[in-house]
Design a protein around this ligand. Structure first.
Ligand SMILES: Nc1ncnc2c1ncn2[C@@H]1O[C@H](COP(=O)(O)OP(=O)(O)OP(=O)(O)O)[C@@H](O)[C@H]1O
Ligand SMILES: [Mg+2]
Length: 465
């Protein structure tokens, strides 16, 4: 009897094992069949997220990416002006689909719109238009899509968005905003670029190469443990193109410009506040740094003398408090290459000055101001750029005379440009413009010679007295 019971339970165990095996097998077969019949999955990227309807940055990036990379393959497109009335942006229309390929995997995008349900009360346009993208892909590619493709879309989309956006010129000038402690902005529309900039071709190329290395250097800067920023010092007489160079750099990199008015900032704390508001992909400009409060050697020396006179009537703690509050050279340096400088990343900091010799060496040492660029008086090569841009000529019989005169007199590109500007009509005679320039330079040469003679006379008089 017992033997029979044992046999029965053994065959029951064997039977249930077979049932489990069969179930597992059938499930696997069923899954396989489903996979073959429905091999795709999808991800939905909504325009807004959460109960508060916050903008979904991934949707915005996807929109920009599809506009840039895939819209040429779509047949139904739509065009819209950006938020700040930028140039029209063309992207795929609602209901339209396009495919994309990433690392050999094919994916499909479709722009969709959810109509509001009849029972929903609409509070604004956002509620009416629940737009979303549906991203379809083969199940086998799921890991690739989740781990890599979405991040790729975010990055590429952000980059496309920046280049679509009109760039901005920020200022903390106290006339445009409250006490110079915040930034206000206008569209940045300076037309200067490296083609219109008159300077030696090799030096121009060096700067462009430097900018390209900087722009592509994110990983490199990380590897060497340096904040992703670069400092340029532009120096030279007025009218040699320092501001034009800044505009050309910003246009080349497609960065926003932050024109920092240091004189409006009274304390290091305020400087920190305003610095932390600067976004990445920015050119930060401090023009005429030698005229900015208390930052030069001379000013410090003068101040020291004054301080010495006042010292007796100032308590030590009072003095310390006052020093801590004021904007100081070390405060500024802290933002250029101290811990704060790493906030934001991808920034070019540019100082300009007409008087290099007036600057504190600490401010402009290499590493802080990585590249020192001299903007000089107009030489023949720079003149040829101006002649090509202003007069559309690359050769002329008067060029020889002009070349000789340019090597003899100091004339700024701004003065040369002024002479090449059309005086009566756009179609002014080229020869006439060049003759005017020659006359200006000859007059200057004469005036310089007279000044030199007078100076010589004066020195002679002084030495004989
Ligand atoms: N190197 C240059 N290439 C092309 N144009 C130039 C150049 N330098 C000057 N100009 C012309 O002269 C004008 C004044 O130049 P810019 O404002 O760039 O000089 P700057 O060096 O910044 O002078 P400042 O020291 O007074 O600020 C420009 O609008 C531009 O038309
Ligand atoms: Mg300038």
């Amino acid at each position: 009897m017992n033997q029979m019971m044992d046999n029965l339970s053994a065959s029951a165990i064997g039977g249930s094992f077979l049932v489990v095996l069969a179930h597992t097998f059938l499930t696997a077969v069923f899954r396989k069949a489903v996979d073959i019949a429905f091999p795709y999955e999808h991800i939905t990227i909504n325009q807004y997220r959460g109960p508060n309807m916050l903008r979904n940055e991934l949707y915005i990036a996807a929109e920009a990416y599809l506009s840039k990379a895939c819209s040429s393959r779509a047949s139904k497109l739509k065009a819209e002006l950006g938020k700040e009335h930028n140039r029209p942006v063309v992207t795929i229309d609602d209901g339209e689909g396009v495919s994309d390929t990433f690392k050999g995997a094919k994916v499909w995008w479709q722009a969709r719109k959810r109509s509001p349900s009849a029972t929903t009360i609409s509070y604004g346009p956002q509620d009416d238009e629940r737009k979303y993208y549906r991203l379809r892909f083969n199940k086998r590619q799921r890991k690739l899509v989740e781990d890599e493709y979405l991040e790729y879309i975010r990055k590429e989309g952000d980059a496309a968005r920046v280049s679509n956006q009109k760039r901005r010129l920020f200022t903390n000038n106290p006339t445009s905003n409250r006490r110079g402690l915040t930034w206000s902005h206008v569209p940045f529309e300076h037309p200067s670029n490296f083609d219109t900039l008159a300077m030696d071709a090799q030096r121009k190329k060096d700067i462009i190469d430097d900018l390209i290395i900087f722009r592509n250097g994110k990983e490199f800067y990380k590897k060497i443990g340096k904040a992703w920023k670069r400092g340029y010092l532009l120096y030279g007489p007025p009218g040699t193109g320092k501001s034009s160079m800044i505009a050309a750099i910003a246009n080349f990199l497609e960065y926003d410009v932050y024109d920092l008015e240091l004189t409006a900032i009274k304390t290091n704390t305020n400087l920190r506040k305003i610095f932390t508001e600067i976004t990445s992909k920015a050119v930060i400009v401090i023009e005429d740094i030698d005229c900015s409060i208390d930052l030069t050697n001379k000013r410090k020396e003068k101040k020291k003398e004054k301080d010495d006179e006042e010292k007796e009537i100032m308590l030590p703690e009072q003095e310390e408090k006052e020093e801590n509050g004021k904007l100081t050279l070390s405060g500024l340096l802290n933002f250029i290459d101290g811990l704060w400088s790493a906030c934001g990343g991808e920034r070019i900091i540019i100082f300009t000055t007409n008087h290099l010799e007036k600057l504190d060496p600490a401010l402009i040492r290499r590493g802080r101001m990585d590249k020192h660029i001299e903007m000089s008086y107009c030489k023949f090569e720079a003149f040829k750029v101006l002649a090509k841009n202003y007069l559309r000529v690359e050769q002329h019989e008067l060029f020889g005379t002009i070349q000789t005169l340019l090597s003899e007199v100091n004339i700024t590109p701004a003065d040369v440009a002024e002479e090449l500007m059309p005086k009566r009509s756009i179609e002014d005679d080229v020869g006439e413009s060049l003759k005017n320039l020659i006359k200006v330079m000859e007059d200057k040469k004469k005036a310089d010679a007279e000044d030199a003679a007078k100076e010589k006379e004066k020195l002679k008089g002084e030495s004989s007295a």
